[in-house]
Design a protein around this ligand. Structure first.
Ligand code: B12
Length: 220
């Protein structure tokens, strides 16, 4: 786990050369020695971005640093993707999840991790990307006759979108759709409030692993 810690530190200190080198080492550890799991590396990357976020909040880092750390993390995740698919493979090919980041929000690193893991767990993911309107979510749910909607939201300012989307689901007669929300601005309490206000089943996932468990429960 020392390598994962070093990778985490090199993202926080923007040491690109070290990030590239450590990513390669981590990949060999996963493939050859099987001493590290891809999910442990994801946890390390998540911690790194959380630390960068704290430094940003404290005024130590600024927006360009956030962007750069996000890019370093993205490159590592892209290299890990084939291994994650290998780790999580199971059979739920016919189960479809519509996924996206809500309107007004451009964050996609967490959503992309969910996409990769859920695909690895055998789900078919229709990823609508970032800044997705409620109309687009609803149109796609209908198009695929999908019953699970995964929403990523990292900005408190976008909380209202969750109410808008779920209320529309109800109004459109799609009350059998179940919603799973995740991202920095989401909480268990918010999920409960959204469910109460809309009547649409809404669950909160604190991370990707918890998210996959919830998908499994909801889709049974
Ligand atoms: C990287 C980052 C950025 C990057 C985004 C790059 C990208 N391509 O995504 C950039 C620089 C572009 C950015 C921009 C902004 N950001 Co920003 N950003 C972050 C940062 C540092 C990390 C987020 C991240 O990627 N984390 C790592 C991923 C892996 O974690 P995650 O998203 O939480 O996802 C995990 C779980 O939550 C869960 N999950 C997530 N989504 C879903 C969905 C489902 C269905 C499921 C099951 C699970 C799930 O699974 C994931 C894996 O376990 C956070 C700080 C933080 N602590 O979160 C701030 C943060 C989210 N940003 C913030 C802000 C304010 C902004 C800006 C408004 C800044 C500005 N002034 O312009 C803009 C917003 C632009 C916009 N309209 O969206 C604030 C939000 C505050 C709030 N509560 O509203 C934060 C919290 C920073 C802070 N402390 O102030 N940001």
């Amino acid at each position: 786990m020392e390598i994962v810690q070093a990778l985490e530190d090199s993202i926080v200190s923007f040491d690109k050369k070290m990030v590239v080198e450590l990513t390669q080492r981590v990949i060999s550890e996963i493939k050859d020695k099987k001493s590290i799991k891809p999910s442990e590396v994801i946890d390390g990357i998540t911690r790194a971005l959380e630390r960068v976020g704290e430094l940003y909040q404290e005024g130590e880092y600024f927006l360009p640093e956030l962007v750069y750390a996000g890019e370093l993390a993205k490159n590592t995740l892209t290299s890990l993707k084939p291994l994650i698919l290998g780790e999580e493979k199971r059979k739920k090919e016919s189960k479809i999840i519509i996924l996206g980041t809500v309107q007004g929000d451009m964050h996609d690193l967490g959503k992309n991790i969910v996409q990769t893991f859920a695909e690895g767990a055998g789900y078919k993911i229709i990823d609508l990307g970032i800044n997705v309107s409620k109309e687009k979510f609803i149109e796609t749910l209908k198009e695929y006759n999908a019953k699970i909607l995964g929403l990523s939201c990292l900005l408190t300012a976008c909380d209202q979108e969750l109410y808008n989307i779920t209320t529309s689901l109800k109004e459109m007669g799609l009350e059998d759709v179940k919603v799973v929300i995740g991202g920095a601005a989401m909480t268990e309490k918010l999920a409960i409030d959204v469910e109460k206000a809309s009547g649409i089943t809404t669950r909160f996932a604190e991370d990707v692993i918890n998210g996959i468990k919830i998908f499994n429960e909801l889709i049974q």
